[in-house]
Design a binder for this molecule. Sequence first.
Ligand SMILES: [Zn+2]
Length: 151
Amino acid sequence: MYLINHAAIGIALASQVSNPVAAFGIGWVSHYLADFFPHGDEGVGEWAARKNEIPRILGIVAIDGMLFLGAFAWFSAHQGFSWSAAAAAIGSFVPDIMWGLEKLAGRKLFGIFERLHSWNHNYFKIKLPVFAGVSLQIMFAAALWGWLTLR
Ligand SMILES: [Zn+2]
């Protein structure tokens, strides 16, 4: 699942707490919960793995990261900057950061955390076409960020 969606889910779930440390933890845990559902990343992962995997992944992360920063700036402009919202977003990135570091290192670094992440990732093993997965996530991101920002 893209970071822009993980961040929105983390911020939504952590919106009841004002402590950034608790918000960070909620964001982190929310990542595993969100990945549980089929979300259509598999096709994009296969495209990246075909060649130049690391540059392709970094390209996707760069676009995803810019979209997240734009969404977070919009959210902060309406709701005010909040350290706990920022911490929830960063916490929600942790499993994918660990995944990326293992990919770059070419070996396992985080043991149980990444085993949990990959075991739990799309638990139902439903593979959506790339177009459907990407559209679904864009619609989901727009709806959730819109609700968070304009409520
Ligand atoms: Zn994940």
